[in-house]
Design a protein around this ligand. Structure first.
Ligand SMILES: [Zn+2]
Length: 269
């Protein structure tokens, strides 16, 4: 056998073996249940997960395992990130994709600050770019990282009925970004029509914008008027934490989110 052909066979075999072993490791993590201790922490720190239907629990726990294996948590400003913190953030992030084929495939890092943090944002007006410092509770970058305030991540999870959750919000941006752009147009679920999604979300966003501009109180957080991507993220927060309110206010949007995430929190116990 010529040397070139021999090298091709060896390298091809090594690549196939690498892909196969990675898939096997992933499948093993997805099949592994959480320990009793981790399950108790998740139930205590993220009460919303207690409402997950039984048939989804196994998938959900496997995804929490995969998330913890894939993502490195880095404490900022002297924060020591504990296992409880990791579990709380991972459980909130995985709630979104508990029954979905979508996965945070590019995410490798979550930065955690003790509380609200300062972020430097470049703003462009024509040819002029200015940098502005803003105080933030969370931030999501395309292809990662996600940056979170632990104080607000924990409080948002513990109060599961106020419609606000910074972790769900930032991971909704991650999900949105899987399509290549963070613009309120995420990858559709299998069999979901993008045309129907687009029509519903554009109409709902424009209605929301008009209400906010008119100074009316809105069910969906007024921050959603910042753009379709923020509208998507604040709608996700409401979808999990106050599903009845979102369904009453925007039934078509609620139905599209049910189809996208293949979850229906209104039917949860
Ligand atoms: Zn946002």
């Amino acid at each position: 056998m010529p040397l070139f052909l021999f090298l091709c066979v060896v390298l091809g075999g090594a690549a196939l073996w690498w892909i196969w072993s990675r898939r096997r490791a992933r499948a093993a993590l997805l099949a592994q249940p959480l320990s009793d201790w981790a399950r108790q922490v998740v139930a205590r720190e993220v009460p919303l997960t207690r409402r997950l239907p039984l048939f989804l629990r196994e998938r959900f726990e496997g995804k929490v395992n995969l998330f913890l294996h894939q993502v490195e948590f880095i404490g900022c400003d002297g924060l020591d990130v504990t296992d409880e913190m990791r579990l709380s953030i991972a459980a909130q992030a995985c709630l979104l994709v508990a029954n979905s084929d979508a996965w945070y495939r590019d995410l490798r890092t979550v930065l955690v600050y003790p509380g609200a943090f300062q972020s430097l944002r470049a703003e462009r007006q024509g040819y002029v770019v200015t940098e502005r410092r803003t105080v933030r509770l969370g931030e999501s970058w395309q292809h990662g990282p996600v940056v979170l305030s632990w104080q607000h991540s924990e409080a948002g999870a513990l109060d599961e009925g106020d419609g606000r959750n910074v972790v769900l919000h930032e991971f909704a941006h991650q999900l949105d970004g899987l399509s290549g752009q963070t613009d309120g147009a995420p990858l559709m679920a299998r069999g979901q029509s993008f045309a129907a999604w687009r029509r519903v979300i554009v109409e709902a966003f424009e209605r929301h914008l008009r209400q906010v501009q008119a100074g009316r109180r809105t069910v969906i957080d007024a921050y959603g008027a910042e753009g379709p991507e923020e509208f998507f993220a604040v709608s996700i927060e409401l979808f999990f934490e106050r599903p009845e309110a979102l369904q009453a206010d925007e039934p078509d949007l609620y139905a599209q989110l049910v189809a996208l995430l293949r979850l229906d929190p209104l039917r949860w116990d």
